[in-house]
Design a binder for this molecule. Structure first.
Ligand SMILES: [Zn+2]
Length: 377
């Protein structure tokens, strides 16, 4: 039997409570289009660095590195990455910094000036010229939102989306944030950045695991919507290549993501957007994984990135919604095997709901969840 070539390869690296994803799309010419999405919290860096240094030196180019939003569990590992030689191999950084935020003066262009430093914007030294030290001020400027003409990565109004076609590679569609969510970040930028750079893990109590005997009750529970301003500013993406597709939900708000996915579906003449894989937003939080989102983009594979630290993600309500509302027989891919995630593989639960559960290979737990989506054309 001929093996079907992989169209999209996704690695959800073990980044504790955060996100750090590597996405690869093999091209017909033998090269690879590659995207890094976030760097996890600071202690993810050694693992991320080791992973990137294992790439074939002849083909280790990173076409796009995305910094989805300013939260410690996403940018922590990105700061040492930016300071390393590996950053020079990146074709374009996608990140909404202060220059991209809508302000009250409507004619001011939301764009970075040539030479404006992404590193300074992200490490806070652009806010405080004395804080970054000489290195931050003299380092070579990195390409920043070049695919968007230096402007913001945003979708405009709710339900909007922006497609970026890569010649010979995938089509990447921006699903979040809306301009309105970026405007909210403008009001809290300095505070949010300080919090992201200075965050220490909060101490929380032990994880109390409830029963999973009534999933309908769990799924239907009225749960609060995520109101975090940085989360709402998340860059969420749809990556499509050779007929395969994956949604990378970052920590985006469920309603924003759902509206954009429906926008894409309707533009293509459909009522929903069937995708192969969906990296659930906000580590499987019940405040983001809402029923409307799962209906907008039914998937065969759901990826969850968290070890449950601090926030005890994924929430049972979120996973219950996936198990009950996704098309028959979805596979849940957890990038950590924890007492919380392990329960979803209980044979009785699996038998009664028909889902599948995948954990990292015990011999290669450092690889996290690794999934290959086959080409359809
Ligand atoms: Zn997060």
């Amino acid at each position: 039997m001929a093996t079907v070539p992989t169209a999209i390869h996704v690695e959800v690296l073990p980044a504790r409570l955060g996100d750090c994803l590597l996405v690869e799309c093999p091209r017909p010419d033998g090269t690879t289009w590659r995207m890094l999405v976030d760097g996890g919290p600071p202690d993810t860096w050694p693992l991320l660095e080791a992973r990137l240094r294992r790439l074939d030196p002849a083909d280790r180019h990173i076409d796009v590195a995305v910094i989805t939003h300013i939260d410690n569990d996403h940018i922590g590992g990105m700061l040492p990455f930016l300071a390393s030689d590996l950053a020079a191999d990146v074709g374009d950084f996608w990140f909404n910094g202060r220059p991209h935020l809508p302000v009250t003066a409507p004619d001011r262009p939301r764009s970075v000036d040539q030479g404006e430093s992404l590193v300074a914007a992200l490490n806070g030294s652009a806010e405080d010229p004395l804080a970054g030290g000489p290195a931050a001020r003299t380092s070579r400027p990195l390409p920043w939102n070049a695919a968007f003409g230096g402007g913001p990565v945003d979708t405009g109004a709710a339900g909007g989306f922006v497609e970026v076609a890569v010649p010979g590679g995938p089509t990447v569609t921006v699903l979040s944030p809306t301009t309105k969510r970026l405007a909210r970040l403008a009001d809290t930028w300095s505070k949010s950045l300080r919090a992201a750079l200075g965050a220490r893990d909060r101490e929380v109590g032990v994880d109390v695991l409830g029963p999973l005997d009534d999933l309908r009750h769990l799924a239907d529970a009225r749960t609060p919507q995520d109101s975090s301003v940085p989360n709402g500013s998340s860059i969420a993406l749809l990556v499509e290549h050779r007929g395969a597709s994956v949604v990378l939900g970052a920590d985006a708000h469920g309603g924003v993501l759902a509206a954009a996915l429906l926008g894409v579906a309707r533009a293509r003449g459909g009522e929903d957007l069937r995708v192969d894989a969906f990296k659930l937003p906000h580590h499987g939080s019940e405040a983001n994984v809402v029923a409307a989102l799962l209906r907008a983009a039914p998937a065969r594979h759901y990826l969850v990135s968290t070890n449950g630290d601090v926030f005890h993600h994924p929430d049972d309500a979120a996973v219950a919604r996936v198990v009950l509302d996704a098309p028959a027989g979805p596979t849940l891919w957890f990038n950590y095997r924890t007492p919380r995630t392990e329960r979803w593989a209980d044979p009785r639960l699996v038998a009664s709901h028909g889902h599948h559960v995948a954990f990292p290979d015990p011999g290669h737990a450092d690889a996290g969840a690794v999934i290959d989506l086959p080409a359809r054309r």
